[in-house]
Unconditional design. Sequence first.
Length: 261
Amino acid sequence: MASLASNFESFAQTIAVASTRDRLRKVREIRESIEIVHTSEYENFLRHCFPVFRNVLERETPQMVNSDDQKVRLTILEILNRLPNNEVLRSYVPDLMRLCLVLLRTENEECAIICLRIVLDLHKNFRPSQEQFVRQFLEFMSHLYRNIPASVRTNFTSASSGSAGSDASSLVPGADGADAGAAGRRLTPATESFRVLAECPMIAMFLFQLYPKLIESSIATLLPLMVQTIKISVPDNVSSRYPVAYRDLIALQIKTFSFLT
């Protein structure tokens, strides 16, 4: 931690230009030294590291296969998720919120779930100043519900992503099966993920408590889409062929039903 705290600017510049392997090592070092954000160095850390983190996530391509580039993105989001939500962070909140809302539409399931956690924490800790971002989240949520029929087809076919539970379909051609988790596993796009959508009703419920004036207009859009999702059924053999995706779908339907009741 001492080397990191002594020169944030140099450390951030190294991350910006490093090879993927070196960048991964650097961001992991930051994650393992995350207690630095609970000291007086937090402001300096944000000043130098946040712009670099944002640039990596904004300008570089989201990954749909597990790789070192994916691990870099995931580690950066884990760091951002662990930042103290205090006054030091406040000036960065709009940029962090915008970043997460953009990434929700482009990222994979693993990264998007962390983005949702960040979004919820920012709304909890910096209310009500984040009202401007609520509609964008609700539009994303509506998009996922609207896309449910296509997501069901995608998740329950042999060409589906790693959440389908079929080892053969979840590997990139040529990947070493013994190391599939590290290098070959396909990742579900956030916009096709049952798990990502299952996190949304709870967030929406919290937002409606904060901003009740948005309920009427939003529910008019969400209600029929949610009912459609609850009514979805799949063939009997799906639960054995794609057990993970099947469980995720059932969890989504349960959370959607809970929201409506």
